[in-house]
Design a protein around this ligand. Structure first.
Ligand SMILES: C[S@@+](CC[C@H](N)C(=O)[O-])C[C@H]1O[C@@H](n2cnc3c(N)ncnc32)[C@H](O)[C@@H]1O
Length: 771
């Protein structure tokens, strides 16, 4: 990529750097012409598209090697490694149409089923047996192993059916005897139970949308979303599957490439290439994989089967879904084993998925494909850096050539297509959403959660939602987005009056960062200057978030440094007179923190860095900062110790002295104090001093409530920590806390709260026991 970029003549680079969206045809046509005569470009496209050089294709030899290693580990009783090698072999194994007798994939699924069973993964083992049987219905051993899995799951009726089929088709005498003895044993224990067929990992609820939204023009922000009727608190306002989505590269081994949920032990690889892994056959098919049934070995079952058993065999050996159910399979054009889907950046592959889906949709409608304005979404091409513009140009040429290999005549190589790909890349930059999952610290499971745990959201995929893209950003949002599988859900977190805009946070929020940090992030990442209420109106959080304590000991005023003062002063430019200021400063706390604001007539000179906003005293911020930097050294030592799970008492004592220093120099609501209180709470938890831990946890929550507001989800997360400390002390107040936690989580996640946070169920149960 760098070589390609440096080969481009400076004049052309300049033309691209200075281009706007209107110039794209011209810049693309110049670059295309240049690349057409550049051997390096053709070599690069060959490397990415030539099946001979493909690293991502199937490889029978490698599969057989991994299978042999799996067998070796299995024989030694090393079932975890056997599982690992069989999974590896499955990923590499080509579906074998010719080899009807010994279907390699079926054997591998069965071998893995045995390892899974030994490791106690019974449902996964059952699913692998079923996959082996879809591929090879006459596989007696797979029926036998399936019976064992069903037996371990107490599905006696199915186990008997599996054994009966196995007995019918087993040819060896010793095999028949073994099955018969199992059957006899089972008949004694039989209790009817429902069968456990493969359940795709799909946990959507049927909750209906409660309001109808409309997309309307919003001054200074383009379009946005409003409702004609009042929107009740916690109501579901939007639900949508992505137009296109892609898993992030570093999550390919840990999350399903279709639904983005965590991968189970019985992963299903793509049938045509060795890149994606799925959690179920359904996800594999939805993404564009081939039907297992295309590779089914032929087998004639004995004629003397009962109707019930025949139906049972049909149920087990047919997947029940086929690839024809899924028209716009997003991975289908990528799985030829060639390198580009593995090598190109995720957003470029995502642009490819959008383009291919568009072409497929148009050809289904029987119309001549048009390539202009594929997505009706805003873009930020004009504001991109010169380097990003150049990169988008180069990637669009490469992607077009890669896709051309698959789409041939349906995708002509021209500047119209490349300009549209650049548009798509710019739209993806501004509109795509980070699909996230909860991650518990230290790899803890939700139910091991304790006071030292933390939950963070980690991005697993990137997706474009056509409707979801019309929601604007606010640093004080009134709506919250989250994901179940790949479905986007948006919920109102406040009562929103009819006609008011519904806004999400694209990341930064008031309370989390100060105004300067938020605006910088939004400008760098999304190329817009935030016009939200949080960034244009004075609010307590922004005043105190990074503020200093006033010199005068009994003054509660805040002192700002020059950077914060600059942004706050800017907000005052919007103030249209004393009444308007009074409206803004409706919060008593703001009055205490910045009472001088009320006395000013010229607001622009009000926020002077270094002066207390309440009493006007001048403070030496440089000296304060020097002392704070020294105090931070001890706090850093404590954080490092916590990270390595060691907390010597001396470090806690030093951190306590340091936080005292912070308290005298920083404003009492400064976020840094809350963070250090939280660190100290964690430290006390790990040394078992629960009372002290609780006091510091509470101190942290008190500050965060000022910064975020009492009903914010961050407070919910902190209350969960507090609650688990209280639980460990057997305190009764847990029930109150739990109610507050449940109220906050319901506001953000509604009926999905328990699915998103299984720990809530445990908390409710424990609180119930104690009242
Ligand atoms: C995902 S789109 C939202 C829909 C967009 N307004 C439209 O007309 O299609 C993101 C773009 O909307 C605008 N936008 C969103 N939130 C904004 C805000 N708080 N202040 C200013 N512009 C905003 C910016 O142009 C941003 O790049």
């Amino acid at each position: 990529m760098e070589k390609l970029k440096s080969a481009i003549p400076e004049t052309l680079k300049r033309k691209i750097a200075e281009s706007t969206a209107n110039d794209l045809h011209s810049t693309c046509s110049s670059l295309l012409q240049f690349f057409q005569n550049l051997p390096l470009f053709h070599q690069m496209v060959r490397d990415l598209t030539d099946p001979e050089m493909a690293l991502c294709g199937k490889n029978k030899e490698a599969a057989m090697e991994a299978k042999a290693k799996g067998n070796e580990c299995f024989a030694k009783g090393d079932y975890s490694n056997a599982l690992r090698f069989y999974s590896q072999a499955l990923r590499m194994a080509p579906p074998d149409v010719e080899d009807k007798e010994k279907n390699l994939l079926a054997t591998l699924y069965l071998n893995r089923a045995s390892s899974l069973h030994k490791l106690g993964f019974f449902l996964e083992s059952l699913q692998d047996c079923s996959r082996a049987l879809i591929l090879s219905p006459g596989y007696a051993k797979a029926w036998f192993r399936r019976a064992k899995a069903n037996l371990s799951l107490s599905n006696y009726k199915d186990a008997i059916s599996d054994l009966t089929v196995s007995l019918k088709i087993e040819t060896s005498l010793s095999g028949k005897r073994q099955i018969e003895s199992e059957l006899n044993m089972l008949h004694d224990q039989f209790r009817p139970r429902s069968s456990a067929m493969e359940q795709p990992n799909d946990d959507r609820s049927d909750e209906q949308l409660q309001v109808e939204l409309q997309c309307v023009p919003i001054p200074t922000k383009g379009r946005g979303m409003t409702s004609c009727t009042d929107v009740p608190l916690a109501s579901l306002i939007h639900k949508e599957d992505p137009y296109a989505a892609i898993i992030l590269k570093h999550c390919r081994e840990t999350h399903c490439a279709f639904c983005f949920n965590e991968l189970p032990a019985d992963t299903v690889p793509c049938m045509s290439c060795s890149i994606p892994l799925y959690c179920s056959l359904k996800c594999q098919l939805q993404a564009g994989g081939q039907d297992f049934s295309n590779y089914k070995s032929k087998y004639e079952f004995p004629e003397d089967l009962s109707d019930v058993l025949e139906q049972y065999i049909r149920n087990v050996t047919s997947p029940g879904i086929s690839s024809s159910n899924f028209e716009h399979a997003e991975h289908r054009h990528e799985c030829l084993g060639v390198n580009w889907p593995a090598v190109l950046p995720s957003d470029v592959i995502l642009a490819g998925r959008i383009l291919v889906k568009h072409i497929q949709q148009q050809s289904r409608g029987g119309v001549q494909p048009k390539y202009h304005g594929i997505l009706d979404l805003c873009q930020n091409y004009g504001q991109l850096s010169s380097d990003s513009k150049l990169e988008f140009h180069v990637y669009s040429m490469i992607l077009m050539c890669c896709l051309q290999q698959v789409l041939a005549t349906r995708l002509p190589l021209n500047s119209e297509i490349t300009s549209e790909i650049i548009m798509l890349l710019s739209q993806i930059r501004v509109n795509s959403m980070a699909v996230v999952r909860m991650k518990y610290s230290d790899g803890k499971q939700p139910l091991d959660y304790d006071a030292t745990s933390s939950v963070e959201q980690v991005q697993v995929a990137q997706a474009v939602y056509s409707g979801g893209s019309f929601f604007n950003h606010s640093c004080q949002p009134n709506a919250h987005a989250y994901f179940l599988s790949r479905t986007l859900f948006i919920r109102a977190t406040e009562h929103v009056a009819a006609g008011s805009e519904l806004e999400l946070s694209y990341g930064p929020q008031v309370g989390q960062w100060d105004c300067s940090e938020r605006r910088k992030f939004l400008e760098d990442r999304y190329s817009f200057i935030c016009q939200c209420s949080g960034c244009s109106q004075v609010n307590l959080s922004d005043l105190v978030h990074s503020g200093y304590h006033c010199n005068r000991s009994n003054c509660f005023g805040v002192v700002m440094d020059s950077c914060i003062a600059k942004y706050e002063r800017e907000k005052l430019k919007h103030v249209k007179g004393p009444n308007s200021l009074q409206d803004m400063l409706h919060d008593d706390n703001i009055g205490r923190v910045a009472s001088r604001l009320f006395e000013q007539t010229d607001y622009s000179c009000c926020f002077e860095p270094g002066y207390c906003l309440s009493c006007g005293s001048l403070c030496d911020l440089e000296a304060s900062q020097e002392t704070i930097t020294k105090a931070e050294i001890c706090i850093k030592r404590l954080q490092d110790a916590l990270a390595s799970c060691e907390t010597p008492t001396t470090l806690i004592m030093d951190a306590l002295k340091s936080i005292d220093i912070l308290r005298t120099l920083l404003h009492p609501f400064n976020k840094r104090i809350a963070e250090v209180e939280d660190n100290i709470a964690q430290a006390f938890c790990s040394t078992g001093e629960i009372q002290a831990a609780m006091a510091h946890c509470l101190a942290s929550i008190k500050i965060l409530e000022k910064l975020y507001g009492e009903d914010h989800i961050v407070i919910g997360n902190e209350l969960i920590k507090l609650s688990s400390i209280q639980l460990s002390m057997g305190q009764k107040s847990t029930a109150d806390n739990t109610n507050q936690i449940v109220a906050i989580f319901s506001r953000y996640y509604g009926s999905h709260a328990d699915i998103m946070f299984p720990y809530l169920r445990y908390l409710k149960r424990e609180a119930g026991k104690r009242v």
